[in-house]
Ligand binder design. Structure first.
Ligand SMILES: [Zn+2]
Length: 263
């Protein structure tokens, strides 16, 4: 519930906007066979840099729903391999238009941390908890992005950063060969967050004691069983299985306590 003193978030337009079906990011291409077909290759990690090229062109990556919430929040930003896998699945995140053959992983980390911070602010606001104490106790990516710890400055931070990111996805026109910049992964992720804000979506918190992450629909759920996903307490079948095993071990330890029964 939103506390009565908290201003509701408003958006323009008032409802969701259509995200593009794919994002573009640079990728290295190989001449794959004797017929001289060019095929894209995966990003590589060289030290702390994501690399492609030297021969590269834009490659299309399909867009998955709620990547900003479900996949992005579960990344360990200190784990270069996880960041590499994420970029190979969804596209290079936070890339600058002047990056020619590589980018530092800090670019990925900063973009991820900013989106995660904005999502957390939205969540705290929607649950009426965006206040000094929650801001101080919430788990932030504070090495990369730290919102101000008072409510008014926090709201200003939220609107300034959201609107700065949304600047990249406003409609535009051009003549003839004028090249429109393609949608980047960051553009699409901010559209996804915008759409959930505009739709007033509220998040659930995973009931797994080692996860506690936010989610809307269960991740990686078998499509046939998707209709049963309403009301689930776990963000993924993996979290549900892991917690069931923990509960089972607690029960079979021979020390049934009141606390065990509530986990
Ligand atoms: Zn979970």
């Amino acid at each position: 519930m939103i506390a009565s003193t908290v201003q509701p978030i408003t958006t323009r337009p008032a409802g969701p906007i259509s995200p593009p079906e794919e994002v573009m990011a640079p990728a290295a291409y190989w001449l794959s066979d004797e017929e001289r077909n060019w095929a894209p290759t995966a990003y590589l990690l060289e030290g702390d840099r994501l690399t492609w090229g030297p021969l590269w062109r834009f490659r299309a990556f399909p867009v998955a729903p709620r990547t900003y919430l479900h996949e992005l929040r579960r990344l360990d930003l200190t784990d270069g391999k996880q960041l590499l896998d994420f970029c190979n699945q969804f596209g290079a995140l936070g890339i600058h238009s002047d990056s020619e053959t590589s980018m530092h992983l800090d670019g990925v980390r900063f973009a991820a941390a900013l989106l995660r911070t904005l999502t957390s602010i939205y969540h705290l606001h929607e649950t009426g908890r965006f206040e000094h104490e929650s801001i101080q106790s919430w788990h932030w990516d504070s090495e990369w992005v730290a919102p101000p710890d008072d409510t008014v400055a926090g709201h200003e931070f939220f609107t300034y950063e959201m609107n700065r990111l949304l600047d990249g996805v406003t409609p535009m026109v051009g003549f003839g060969n004028h090249r429109q910049p393609p949608y980047t992964l960051l553009d699409v992720l901010v559209i996804q967050l915008f759409n959930d804000i505009a739709g007033g979506v509220t998040y659930k918190t995973c009931a797994s004691e080692t996860c506690r992450e936010l989610f809307v629909n269960q991740i990686n759920r078998n499509a046939k069983r998707r209709s049963r996903s309403d009301g689930t307490r776990y963000c993924s079948p993996r979290c549900a299985r892991a917690q069931a095993q923990r509960n089972y071990r607690l029960r079979t330890n021979g020390h049934r306590t009141g606390r065990d029964l509530t986990t």
